[in-house]
Structures are given as structure tokens and as C-alpha cells.
Write a new protein. Structure first.
Length: 143
């Protein structure tokens, strides 16, 4: 995956790289990932409330989390090889007492190594802000 600098932050990947990723892993990704609207920059977003969005962009993920005051986290005891395994966000006021905060660098290192796709919503169908997110992986079995 190419790295490029924009505004002092590293951004992953380009739309062309995402297109190739989707083609290469089409049989291994969930239907939700294949049908989601893919976004590549924080200023891109939903076409309507409740729409599922997908990205592999660090900038988009970090922007989405920071808008919700969420902190990158993992579930203690799930580490593999010294790296976080279960990737989460701790949202203030939503019961994250069992989560362990980790750095963005550690969160994104694991995200990239596992070739994850971040699926998320900006708003629920009724227009309220959404904290919904999930990860998809080409190495995970899907129904």
C-alpha cells in the first residue's frame, strides 16, 4: 500500500489501490463491505443518514473517532505477538471500563498488518450521530 503525505499526516490508500484491493479480495470480503460507499478523505461522507461507509484511510478513521471523542483501544488479554488483537474504540459514557487505551500508531499498525477494512456510519437513519463501526478482513470466514 502506498504511503503519501497530505497535511502532515500519512494517508492510506488511494482510490485506485482500494479498487485493486476489492478486486483481489472480492470473494473474501463481506457483502456489507462490497456494497458500502468507499470514502478516502475526511471530507467525503454519507449520501444519506444510515448509509454504511467503508475505508482503509487512517485520516478518515481518526477523524471519525475524534468527532466522537473516542480513544483507540483493545481488549486486555487478547494480544498476539505483543500487538493488539481485538480492535475497539472507547466512547466516553458508553461503558469502556474493560478496554485498554492504546496509541494510534499501535492501532493503525495492527489495522494495516491485518489488512482490515473499517465499516462505519456517520449518522443513524433518524439523523442522530452514530458510533457504529465494525472491521472486515479478507482472512475472516464469511457466511
Amino acid at each position: 500500500m502506498a504511503e503519501k503525505q497530505r497535511g502532515g499526516t500519512t494517508t492510506h490508500p488511494t482510490p485506485e489501490e482500494d479498487r485493486r484491493f476489492l478486486e483481489e479480495h472480492a470473494d473474501q470480503l463481506s457483502p456489507a463491505t462490497k456494497h458500502a460507499r468507499w470514502v478516502h478523505a475526511p471530507d467525503e461522507g454519507e449520501e444519506h443518514p444510515g448509509q454504511t461507509l467503508a475505508t482503509r484511510s487512517h485520516d478518515v478513521i481518526q477523524h471519525w473517532a475524534q468527532q466522537r471523542n473516542a480513544t483507540p483501544a483493545t481488549v486486555p488479554g487478547t494480544e498476539r505477538g505483543g500487538r493488539p488483537s481485538v480492535m475497539r474504540f472507547d466512547f466516553p459514557g458508553h461503558g469502556g471500563k474493560d478496554l485498554q487505551h492504546i496509541s494510534w500508531e499501535d492501532w493503525f499498525r495492527t489495522f494495516d498488518e491485518r489488512q482490515l477494512v473499517f465499516l462505519f456510519q456517520q449518522h443513524m437513519r433518524d439523523g442522530r450521530e452514530s458510533n457504529f463501526f465494525m472491521m472486515d478482513s479478507p482472512s475472516r470466514e464469511h457466511d
